[in-house]
Design a protein around this ligand. Structure first.
Ligand code: BEZ
Length: 251
């Protein structure tokens, strides 16, 4: 079994929720319609949970590294009707060594007949930004193989996700992939640069100096200017591709 290692908390609830990507939380109508949510929350980021507790003190929440969800006896006790995740599994499932632990943990958490409802990035999600970041790192002397390895995301095909979920014992109920072109914020700390600084942090950590990071980011933004800038209003659009599914623990 892979050894548990603490991960650096790269998250800022303020940047994520307000300045860079408020659309991640608000573009959830479809997946929420597949769920009747119940108020319990877990997240791997202490910053996110601290922020959540302030905003929703009456809702139970705590920090959990879901790469080892199957080892959380307080959660994986077959007492939940539903498990819901939005915009998180592509981070959590990155490492093939711990990938199935998470889905097995969801399975163990649920009562028989319980549902796992998820939305996350699908194959090709934010591919243009992903490529531009790798290209920016290469301009700063990072070999492309190393840059690719540092990617913090797993964006599977629908079939790959179905195989993983069924492999943990679930019955696949329904799933779909949807291109959702998403306009980025125009906030000073947002836009495509803010997006890369926040979400691309695990890539940028490969570079030892602020100057090298800034140069890599500038390169990525320059490349993306040719791709994502809408001509009619000048806003910046990224090709998010969502993968959503419902799976059930057999009765
Ligand atoms: C997403 O929600 O698809 C996503 C967010 C940040 C980085 C990568 C993907």
């Amino acid at each position: 079994m892979a050894e548990q290692q603490k991960q650096k908390d790269i998250w800022s609830a303020d940047l994520y929720g307000e300045k860079v990507a408020p659309f991640v939380a608000t573009s959830t109508e479809k997946v929420l319609a597949w769920l009747d949510p119940k108020p319990t929350g877990i997240d791997g980021s202490p910053n996110m949970i601290e922020h959540f507790k302030k905003a929703y003190p009456h809702i139970e929440s705590r920090v959990v590294d879901c790469r080892w969800l199957d080892q959380e006896p307080g959660l994986t006790n077959g007492s939940f009707n539903k498990v819901f995740s939005n915009a998180a599994l592509h981070w959590i499932l990155r490492d093939p060594e711990t990938r199935s632990n998470t889905i097995k943990g969801c399975f163990k958490a649920l009562k028989p007949g319980g549902l796992l409802v998820n939305e996350s990035g699908a194959l090709g999600n934010v591919a243009e930004v992903h490529s531009a970041i790798i290209s920016g790192l290469v301009t700063q002397g990072i070999p492309v193989t190393q840059a690719r390895k540092a990617s913090p995301w797993w964006f599977p095909s629908l079939q790959a996700m179905k195989d993983l979920v069924e492999g943990a014992g679930f019955t696949w109920v329904k799933g779909e992939v949807q291109l959702r072109q998403t306009t980025l914020t125009e906030n000073e700390k947002g836009g495509v640069e803010g997006w890369i600084r926040l979400f691309g942090e695990p890539f940028l950590e490969l570079l030892p100096t602020t100057q090298a990071r800034d140069a890599a980011i500038k390169h990525a933004v320059d490349v993306l200017e040719a791709v994502g800038r809408q001509q009619h209003d000048g806003s910046f659009t990224v090709n998010y591709i969502r993968l959503r599914f419902v799976a059930q623990k057999p009765e």
